[in-house]
Design a protein around this ligand. Structure first.
Ligand code: ADP
Length: 196
């Protein structure tokens, strides 16, 4: 099962991806997490990406396409994967097509979590408060300014992906404002029962 989760920052993609991981035993490939790991490890990619990410802008397509292409080759992806935060631009979606074709793989579904933008800021504020309360480190881009920029980037560059995947017939839109469990249930309806 190969899935894409689409939706603006704070839509709940990470939470739902985590549940899919547990239920279906396939990994979540979050380009955001992979890039943050590269920043932390101070790799060449990490050094290039850090300031762009902190400002809430998008890292170059070339970098993320390469990261994803290499990640998909790893053994734990043999039964599928959940892409979270990728593709984020139409050129990335086109690149993903080529990457998958080159490996003889295909996508099963693209699931978009539709949310009310006004609610997103509140969710992010809560995520920051919860992280602080738990003694964790708040992400460098979880502040009002960078979050606003991330939303703007989403509107301009990622939202057009809905139309792109609508045309390919792969898009499924669900209500991301529903209770977390209800969202999970809708996703499970689309992807079908766990196979392991
Ligand atoms: P969000 O919570 O905003 O969805 P992510 O954790 O997915 O954030 O990503 C954090 C940052 O990492 C983005 O703002 C962007 O700078 C970078 N990033 C992640 N995925 C991509 C991608 N597919 N293309 C370009 N940049 C990306």
């Amino acid at each position: 099962m190969r899935l894409i989760l689409l939706g603006p920052p704070g839509a709940g993609k990470g939470t739902q991806a985590q549940r899919l991981v547990e239920r279906h035993g396939i990994p979540q490939l979050s380009t955001g997490d992979m890039l943050r790991a590269a920043v932390k490890a101070e790799t060449e990619i990490g050094l290039k990406a850090k300031s762009v990410m902190d400002a809430g802008q998008l890292v170059s397509d070339e970098i993320v396409n390469q990261i994803v292409s290499e990640r998909v080759d790893q053994a734990d992806c043999a039964n599928g994967f959940i892409l979270d935060g990728y593709p984020r631009t139409v050129p990335q979606a086109q690149a993903l097509n080529e990457i998958l074709e080159g490996k003889d793989l295909a996508l099963d579904a693209v699931i978009e979590l539709k949310v009310d933008e006004a609610a997103l800021m509140k969710r992010i504020e809560k995520r920051v408060a919860d992280t602080k309360a738990a003694g964790g480190t708040v992400r460098a881009d979880d502040n009002a300014e960078s979050f606003g920029k991330r939303l703007e980037e989403y509107r301009a560059k990622t939202a057009p992906l809905s139309a792109y995947y609508e045309k390919t017939g792969q898009l499924r839109v669900i209500d991301g404002m529903a209770q977390m469990d209800a969202v999970t249930a809708e996703i499970e309806q689309i992807v079908g029962p766990a196979r392991h």
